[in-house]
Design a binder for this molecule. Structure first.
Ligand code: ADP
Ligand code: MG
Length: 172
């Protein structure tokens, strides 16, 4: 089955707890996925809530430790009971060779969940990222809430998006 044409849905996240809850819901869907893999791009300005969402996913997976943005290392690995999760942040990527030297490309082919902040910076620098199953866009509203929109590019992403829509009732 091939995925339908990408379509966007929008969810209002009224406070940080809502962003964490959205992440926890992603986590519960991921653990039910037999592949234990998937690629999610996280788009949005600084402070939009990308790392907060990653923290929500990790908390939902049972990870209790500190979740820091992998700003200087570009990637952080979390091995959580049978699920490998890589959290990438390409905000400070300056030299695409950093990517090749670190062998990150191999990491992505090992059946893991990859959460990628600033994918556009990686792609702009010539780093070949895998196709995102799901793309999430976060933005800040004038009243300082967060607005989340998402679209999928694959069947796996469609399954994720539809499950999330069922829980979070898109606003339009
Ligand atoms: P990014 O990784 O996109 O730069 P962070 O997640 O590091 O952003 O920071 C986002 C900030 O916004 C944090 O201070 C967090 O508490 C706050 N935040 C996250 N979600 C919401 C929300 N739904 N409403 C209001 N504030 C939020
Ligand atoms: Mg961040």
């Amino acid at each position: 089955m091939s995925p339908q044409a990408p379509e966007k849905t929008t969810v209002d996240l009224v406070d940080e707890a809502a962003t964490l809850a959205f992440g926890a819901e992603i986590a519960s869907i991921l653990v039910g996925n037999p592949d234990k893999s998937g690629v999610i791009f996280l788009h949005g300005d600084l402070g939009a809530g990308k790392t907060t969402l990653v923290r929500g996913i990790l908390r939902g997976l049972g990870f209790e430790g500190r979740v820091k943005s992998p700003t200087y290392t570009l990637v952080e690995l979390y091995a959580i009971s049978r699920l490998n999760l890589y959290h990438f942040d390409f905000y400070r990527l300056t030299d695409p060779d950093e990517w090749h030297e670190a062998g990150f490309r191999d990491l992505m082919n090992q059946g893991a969940v990859c959460l990628i902040e600033w994918p556009e910076k990686a792609l702009g620098a010539g780093v070949p990222l895998p196709t995102a199953d799901l793309e999430i866009y976060l933005s800040t509203t004038p009243d300082n809430r967060r607005r989340l929109t998402m679209n999928f590019n694959t069947t796996a992403g469609q399954v994720l998006a539809e499950a999330l829509n069922g829980t979070f009732h898109p606003v339009r």
